[in-house]
Design a protein around this ligand. Structure first.
Ligand SMILES: Cc1cc2nc3c(=O)[nH]c(=O)nc-3n(C[C@H](O)[C@H](O)[C@H](O)COP(=O)(O)O)c2cc1C
Ligand code: SF4
Length: 532
């Protein structure tokens, strides 16, 4: 081995929770002890969470991967000569040849894992700010046309066309407009916003810059969930680095354009991810939903026109500008254009992030990428789209992953989170959980959600306890109708989706005998899989 060898160890929440810092420290210490010259870089994650900590070494200009590496493996990696690509049981070969990564369509995440997240120079060298420069050249009208032509839809959940939202903000007359980035990422099984902010934060900054030029905003806010301390730290540093290098602040890039971004932390409320509650919270008020209209695009933050967009929506834009809307629009299926960063979680063998053009099936995602359940048992249910998404049974696994196909099947893609359950799951308990979640997280502004969800838990409890089941199932249906029709926002309006899908596809779980096992007659819940 001659010269300095570059080694990558991710600094990303999942990798850190699996010991990435200890692995990095071990590599540095062993390198010093063995008098080897190592340049240790801390990248973001490629999203192959099941392989974390994934250590890469650059050999002959190529990145070779080893993983998952524990601190205890470090000595044996050195003994095997991993710095020159030596064989080791943990050797995975060239990073880009790992099928999980190779078979993706990396667009928004193309730099995540590749570069040091806080290096403006590396970001630039890998196409960073090309999209913004193109945007400055195109001007507001040209950007709006490109974003509309790309077919990009909001990745936060509702899938609303981004170009149309931006046009509305652009057309609203006002002395002040805002870009408000929604990084609350409250959906179960989702982590793409976090991974992007930890692994390639300048892409989000660049997306917000482009949005600002498009709509005429001079100020941006990022609303980040407080449970993401690393994303907070990385993104704060990225903001400082962008300011220091002239990509944020006054007269950006000498173009006579001013824009800056403030980072705000949420306080753990799911409903503050809803755009109007988020705006209330940003204004320092309690996170209650606002009545619509007026739309935030017309009267948003501090009463001014505001483009509220999810992290991934904004972070997809720089590449759309850089490569052209037609390239993006050519990916995907029907009205679901481009790519989505799906997130595999729950009972899954190969959990992680898969960015792929819309149109492949849920089965391909779970089986080809995810490798089936972690337990090795049968898949029984899959929840896509967060806690308000329907539970799909195994029979619906061939549903194509696109917005329309999912709606047709009674579900929603949402933010692309996929949570897998095996055949031991009790779906009556999951239905109860959905109602209980709504009861806990409800902002309380409207009755169908505030009271309905509490009554929903009680009704499901009675069904589970086999108290007048037929009547209580009918009551649950009525209650769901009331919540769908009468709730002010999707929190109460969509909680019936997981509840109803559980009743529809897994009726036997609502028909189980109620067990009273204890000598004192106190009750326990029926065991999963037990049927009458
Ligand atoms: C209860 C609830 C929670 C939500 N949570 C989030 C969230 O955590 N992140 C997000 O981007 N959108 C969330 N949304 C959707 C937002 O209201 C909004 O549609 C989105 O931020 C718009 O950005 P987009 O057009 O880029 O998707 C939530 C919606 C509801 C009803
Ligand atoms: S549906 Fe629930 S969260 Fe939404 S406004 Fe009504 S009470 Fe608040």
């Amino acid at each position: 081995m001659a010269g300095t060898v570059t080694v990558f160890v991710p600094r990303e929440t999942a990798a850190l929770s699996l010991g990435a810092d200890e692995v990095a420290a071990g590599i540095v210490a062993t390198g010093i002890a063995r008098r080897l010259d190592i340049d240790l870089k801390r990248n973001g994650s490629w999203g192959m969470s099941w392989l974390e900590p994934l250590v890469e070494v650059v050999v002959g200009g190529e990145r070779l991967a080893y993983g998952p590496v524990a601190a205890d493996d470090v000595a044996s990696l050195f003994d095997a000569g991993f710095l020159s690509g030596g064989d080791h049981p943990l050797k995975l070969g060239p990073t880009f040849a790992i099928p999980y990564l190779r078979n993706q369509d990396r667009w928004t995440f193309r730099r995540c894992g590749l570069i040091e997240p806080l290096s403006v120079a590396e970001y630039r060298a890998n196409g960073g700010f090309d999209g913004f420069e193109k945007a400055l050249h195109l001007g507001a009208g040209g950007i709006l046309q490109e974003v509309k032509d790309s077919g990009l839809r909001g990745r936060g959940g509702a899938g609303f066309p981004t170009g149309i939202k931006w046009q509305t903000v652009a057309d609203a007359p006002a002395d002040q407009k805002y870009i408000a980035c929604n990084a609350d990422e409250g959906d179960s099984g989702t982590f793409s916003d976090r991974m992007l902010m930890e692994g390639d934060p300048f892409t989000l900054i660049e997306g917000m810059l482009i949005a600002a030029v498009a709509v005429g905003a001079s100020k941006g806010y990022v609303y980040l969930r407080s449970e993401y301390p690393l994303a907070r730290s990385v993104f704060s540093k990225a903001l400082s680095a962008a300011r220091e290098s002239g990509w944020l602040g006054s007269n950006i890039n000498g173009a006579g354009f001013d824009f800056d971004i403030d980072l705000h932390l949420g306080a753990g409320s799911y409903v503050c991810g809803e755009e109007t509650a988020m705006l209330e919270s940003l204004e320092g008020k309690a996170g209650l939903i606002r009545y619509k209209p007026p739309l935030p695009a017309i009267e948003g933050l501090f009463g001014k026109p505001t483009a509220v967009n999810n992290v991934i929506t904004l972070a997809s834009v720089p590449e759309i500008l850089a490569r052209g809307s037609a390239v993006y629009a050519a990916l995907g299926k029907g009205r679901s254009k481009g790519t989505l960063a799906f997130q595999l979680a729950g009972n899954i063998r190969r959990g992680g992030l898969v960015e792929k053009a819309f149109g492949f099936t849920l089965r391909e995602l779970i089986e080809d990428w995810g490798g089936g359940t972690f337990s090795g048992r049968e898949i029984r249910a899959v929840q896509v789209g967060g806690p308000l998404g329907s539970y799909f049974p195994a029979e619906l696994l061939d549903t194509p992953l696109d917005y329309e196909a999912f709606v047709q099947a009674g579900g929603m893609i949402g933010h692309g989170g996929v949570v897998v359950f095996d055949d031991r799951v009790d779906m009556a308990e999951q239905a109860r959980f959905a109602m209980e979640f709504c009861a806990i997280e409800s902002c309380g502004k409207c009755t169908p959600c505030r009271i309905g969800s509490v009554r929903g838990v009680e009704v499901i409890d009675r069904i589970i306890a086999n108290e007048d089941r037929a009547a209580n199932l009918a009551l649950l249906e009525d209650l769901c109708d009331t919540m769908v029709d009468g709730s002010l926002c999707a929190m109460g309006g969509m909680t019936p989706f997981p509840v109803r899908s559980a009743v529809k596809y897994f009726p036997t779980d609502f028909e189980k005998p109620f067990e009273t096992d204890f000598a004192d007659g106190s009750a326990v819940q029926p065991k999963a899989g037990v049927s009458q």
